[in-house]
Design a binder for this molecule. Sequence first.
Ligand SMILES: NC(=O)c1ccc[n+]([C@@H]2O[C@H](COP(=O)([O-])OP(=O)(O)OC[C@H]3O[C@@H](n4cnc5c(N)ncnc54)[C@H](OP(=O)(O)O)[C@@H]3O)[C@@H](O)[C@H]2O)c1
Length: 348
Amino acid sequence: MSSNANKAAWISAPKATPLEVGPAPMPTPQGTEVTIQIHSVALNPADPVVQRLAILLEPKDYPFILGCDMAGTVVAVGPSSTFKPGERVIALAASWGRKDPKYGAFQLYALADTPFLTKIPDNVSFNEGCVLGLGLTTAAYALFNPDTLALDLPKPGGNAPNGKIVLVWGGASSVGACGIQAAKAAGYTIASTASARNFELLREMGVEYMFDYSSATVIDDIVAALKGKGEMAGIFSAIGKPETLVQCAAVIQRLEGRQHVATVRPPGFPAVENWPEGVEISNNASSHMKSEVSGAVWGAWLEGALRDGSMKCRPKYEVVGKGLEAVQDAMDLMSKGVSAKKLVVEFI
Ligand SMILES: NC(=O)c1ccc[n+]([C@@H]2O[C@H](COP(=O)([O-])OP(=O)(O)OC[C@H]3O[C@@H](n4cnc5c(N)ncnc54)[C@H](OP(=O)(O)O)[C@@H]3O)[C@@H](O)[C@H]2O)c1
């Protein structure tokens, strides 16, 4: 690995477009970090939003390397890492949180660190595995953190069914698909909403009760189907729109159990108007995730669940380009929105 082998798709300044491909420093892993040679990256809605609106970063942070989801091969390890060169891994890229481009996914070699780093078994390709990083992390925060739904954590091999129900609103989204599967592994019965064309995806992930969110009667339909079927453990809305959250509140108020809607809204977002008294609502910040949650999900459960197929890399990926030069077009596609799909760019 020569020291000048790294290249990145840089964002040169706030709101700059297109990304510019150019040399990047070869990162050196410290402590428990690893350097990953990235094979595949997946796009998230936040990637083009950060580019367009220049949020999350200060002007002094530029030039910068964006990108949250990566899969690749470990090529170097820090002195305290338990990983080994040659291992196939996925990771949540943490460049925003650390304000450091060395951790961004849109480069050939990036740093990653525990806890948001795990090996992938041979039955999972890089294109499949790269779709999980931000989706799973966001879902895990909403489902398991003590200040959100605080559900039972999934144990390796999965928990026995506990009879409690979780409604995941937006099950065909990346965050929702990860949320469905993680909550199911933790022993919960899953209800979910999606467009009817995506019900097969929900079924494949083990959803028991499915609802079309575009139906005018969706709230009544959910209440009628779930009433008397078990205690609600709460609702996770993978969709942050206020009108969707108000629908979630209307559902939970009419059912027995935990009156809590966990959301994907980042901390500091304005309160949802007309929020009913007696229903809790929580925002979502993976940087505040408790180590017992990340350790249980990313550390103890995920690799085995990928191996035994109980955790599927969903929504399915679609390769939309090859090489760093393709990242900007993928960002532009992402900003138009997707249905039950992860956009992936291959670097190798
Ligand atoms: N706070 C955080 O740290 C954090 C992190 C990651 C993501 N997020 C946010 O979480 C949200 C989801 O992200 P993502 O990556 O999962 O998005 P995504 O995969 O791009 O979401 C697309 C899916 O959303 C579904 N959808 C749209 N409106 C819906 C509605 N009203 N009800 C039910 N489903 C609906 C669509 O379902 P159909 O195709 O079935 O219609 C579509 O498949 C985004 O708003 C994102 O910004 C927050």
